[in-house]
Design a protein around this ligand. Structure first.
Ligand code: ZN
Ligand code: ZN
Length: 380
């Protein structure tokens, strides 16, 4: 699909064409998961869905691929996207997508999280694409802006490598805290009501995350890696995925230490992960919904867009991911009424375009033309 310079509108047949291709790709990927479950599905995630659910979703996905292609064919003069959608649908059917059946999966050491990628992409698209379409912040911004493919690749790779990230991010917690006897803490945590336990998990991880995040802003060399996340000029539901793997590994390792060592229940752990996954997409989304008084309790798109603002005088605020009061306590809170930043991104910086180039770039080069003086560093 070519970059669209104009925003899509309902009734043109362009949205249905894009949906058809999107669902066609997802169902084709899902078919691969059915064919090679050992390699392409995640053991932990398989506990969440049943074979029957996956089979029904698959069938629904194929039917929807054809229906949206039909809509596009009827309303769009340009038939290309409808033809691509139909071709993907036909390929999935020919390869056995309609009759597919889940089977018992052998235990293997390593797998790729394609099932997690497909389901999360589907759920996030269903939740956020309509929100961005109906309540956009930046009305002129299209989903298919210059760097949407790059952001999608970031989203894809971080999901496919979920098992690797899981193993790596657990290591520091085990290395630093594994030797401690935390039985008393575990007993105390297990006696808490679920909602208190969840709040505690969110709060403690957010404090750890706050300092890891702030460290990435203030440390001269680490800032190169985190600045990749700040390079986005088009905030939307995929933008938050643009995070360098060094940043993901370090920030997540530090933030997850309390989750791994305090003995939270599996339910708390899973609800935490789901909440953070949805909330992280929300705060980057291109939506003007401001959540009324809730914006003082929990971070919102407006709050996090200020963290990404391109005006240097407002750099170095709003590090917290979930609770704004953490920024209040540490003196980095900034939420000026209903005002939003004029733009997002970084002035005086130039980044290469594309995932691979951005992966290597911070190791060897500095994206900033004028590097910060030591006394200015904490400003970021
Ligand atoms: Zn940041
Ligand atoms: Zn962000």
């Amino acid at each position: 699909m070519k970059n669209q310079t104009t925003r899509m509108k309902i009734g043109e047949g362009r949205i249905s064409g894009a949906i058809s291709i999107f669902l066609g790709c997802l169902t084709l990927g899902a078919l691969l998961c059915f064919k090679f479950p050992e390699l392409l599905t995640t053991p932990e995630f398989r506990e969440v869905y049943t074979a029957e659910m996956a089979e029904n979703l698959m069938l629904g996905g194929i039917i929807a691929t054809f229906l949206f292609a039909l809509l596009s064919l009827l309303f769009n003069k340009n038939k290309k996207n409808a033809v691509i959608g139909v071709s993907l649908g036909v390929l999935t059917v020919v390869l056995g997508g309609v009759m597919v059946e889940g089977r018992a999966v052998d235990k293997v050491n390593w797998s790729i999280g394609l099932d997690w990628l497909i389901l999360d992409l589907l759920i996030m698209a269903i939740l956020f694409v309509p929100i961005e379409l109906v309540f956009p912040k930046n009305k002129l911004q299209t989903k298919f802006h210059e760097e949407w493919r790059t952001d999608l690749i970031y989203f894809g790779i971080s999901h496919l490598a979920i098992q690797l990230f899981g193993v790596l991010t657990k290591k520091p917690a085990v290395a630093f805290f594994g030797w401690m006897n935390l039985d008393q803490v575990h007993i105390w945590v297990s006696g808490l009501p679920f909602i208190v336990e969840l709040f505690l998990a969110l709060l403690i991880t957010d404090v750890f995350q706050y300092w890891a995040h702030r460290f990435f802003h203030s440390h001269h060399y680490l800032w190169r890696f985190h600045s990749i996340h700040h390079s986005t000029e088009n905030m939307d539901w995929l933008a938050g995925s643009r995070t360098h793997f060094i940043d993901i590994f370090f920030t997540r390792s530090v933030s997850y230490i309390p989750l791994y060592v305090m003995g939270f229940s599996t339910l708390t752990f899973n609800v935490y992960i789901i909440f953070i996954a949805i909330h992280a997409v929300l705060i980057h989304a291109n939506t003007r919904i401001n959540f009324g008084f809730l914006k003082y309790i929990i971070t919102t798109p407006q709050y996090h867009h200020w963290h990404h603002c391109e005006e240097p005088e407002h750099y170095g605020n709003n590090f917290a991911v979930v609770f704004p009061f953490i920024d209040k306590i540490f003196g980095t809170y900034y939420l000026p009424g209903n005002k939003w930043p004029k733009g997002t991104g970084l002035v005086d910086a130039s980044f290469p375009k594309g995932f691979l180039k951005q992966l290597i770039f911070p190791f060897t080069k500095n994206p900033f033309k004028n590097d910060l003086l030591p006394e200015e560093r904490s400003k970021r």
